[in-house]
Design a protein around this ligand. Structure first.
Ligand code: PEP
Ligand code: MN
Length: 364
């Protein structure tokens, strides 16, 4: 690969795109998709899963080592650097020996510090480019910790991939994006490029465009999108893959925005931001007053030995606010989250005044 991955991503004037099938299925499939992808200069890095961590043991778990040369040869033949997922030391050794250019750590591996450490140790002394997907659970520290393990092993060409988080309920998306987590990640590690993987977030090719655009609006550095010569027939993740033309169409439809703006625009934005800031000040002053009132209620509950939680009263409060969400042009989800947060904080204040000797507000 020309230059290191982080530099390639950062110095790219257009969007950085990683594409290729969920899994390598045959030499022909790999050659076919690499050929189609190389017809335009859209794709920067060619991906394929060789070892697939699957939820159920009867799902296709990848063809293993014998598929590695198909990835490397298809990449070489069609001028695309390659990457694959590694989950342990023997995967690392086999992938490096075969000549794969970059490695990615899957979500089910990032979650396991033992596995991450084993991979970091196996890569010590190389300057391999590594992409680290978020852990399947929404744990920012665990994701950051994986980066620290590679940094400590002397590996610094590291890129983050946001692929969403596994939840019991996933109504619309296969993995909920929880965008606040990659945003908080970038706050702590501005040196690390952030790629979005809308394929594994959505699990559905029809939703790829909306999630990709969202990532562009949040100034993500690139996209990883699964592509297959014949998506419907893919052996894994068939519902979320696109063919090469589908990928090119999607990239063309994206509106790319720039993080910087002119002085004129800056002045106009700053004027509005000043007003927002005044409103935020008022919001916090109101919240503070509100908690004072909660404490007054807490004193009465203590004196009369009443439980903090009054379920019926809370049910009434929350349902009233939820029915009003449209009037305020707020989403139901936001109203729910905000009211839950206010309620939890109010309970903390009340329990503190009710149990002055035993409860410290910062512990709860
Ligand atoms: C993949 O990229 O094919 C994959 C298995 O991803 P994740 O680790 O995000 O589930
Ligand atoms: Mn996949």
């Amino acid at each position: 690969m020309k230059g290191k991955l982080v530099n390639n991503i950062r110095n790219q004037s257009k969007l950085f795109v990683i594409a290729g099938p969920c899994s390598a299925e045959s030499r022909e499939q790999m050659d076919q998709i690499a050929r189609s992808l190389s017809r335009s200069s859209t794709v920067n890095l060619f991906r394929a899963g060789i070892w697939k961590p699957r939820t159920h043991p009867d799902s296709f778990e990848g063809l293993g080592e014998k598929a590695l040369p198909w990835l490397v040869e298809a990449g070489k033949e069609h001028g695309l650097p390659t990457c694959t997922e590694v989950a342990n030391k023997s995967h690392v050794q086999a992938a490096l020996k075969a000549g794969v250019d970059a490695l990615w750590i899957g979500a089910r591996t990032t979650v396991n510090p033992f596995a991450v450490q084993e991979i970091a140790d196996a890569l010590k002394g190389t300057n391999t480019s590594i992409l680290i997907k978020n852990p399947i659970n929404p744990d920012l520290e665990l994701w950051l910790g994986a980066f620290e393990r590679f940094n400590n092993a002397g590996l610094h060409d590291l890129t983050a991939v946001h692929r969403g988080f596994s939840m019991y309920n996933h109504a619309k998306y296969r993995n909920v994006p929880s965008w606040e987590i990659p945003i908080a990640f970038s706050e702590k590690r501005p040196d690390v490029p952030m790629i979005c993987d809308p394929s594994h977030i959505t699990g559905n090719r029809d939703l790829l465009l909306e999630v990709s655009q969202y990532a562009m609006d949040l100034n993500f550095d690139g996209l990883m999108i699964e592509t297959h010569p014949n998506p419907e027939l893919a052996w894994s993740d068939a519902k979320q893959q696109l063919d090469a033309n589908g990928l090119f169409d999607l990239i063309e439809k994206l509106v790319l925005r720039q993080p910087n703006f002119s002085q004129d625009v800056a002045t106009m934005i700053d004027e509005i931001r000043d007003k927002v800031s005044i409103l935020d000040d008022q919001l916090f002053a109101i919240l503070s007053d509100r908690m004072q009132l909660s404490e007054e209620v807490g004193i009465l509950k203590r004196e009369n030995n009443i439980t903090v939680l009054q379920q019926e009263h809370w049910n009434k409060l929350i349902s009233k606010r939820l029915t009003q969400s449209d009037d305020y042009h707020l989403t139901n989800q936001f109203v729910r989250t905000l009211m839950d947060a206010i309620h939890q904080e109010s309970i903390r204040h009340q329990t503190r005044v009710m149990n002055p000797k035993t409860i410290n507000i910062h512990d709860s």
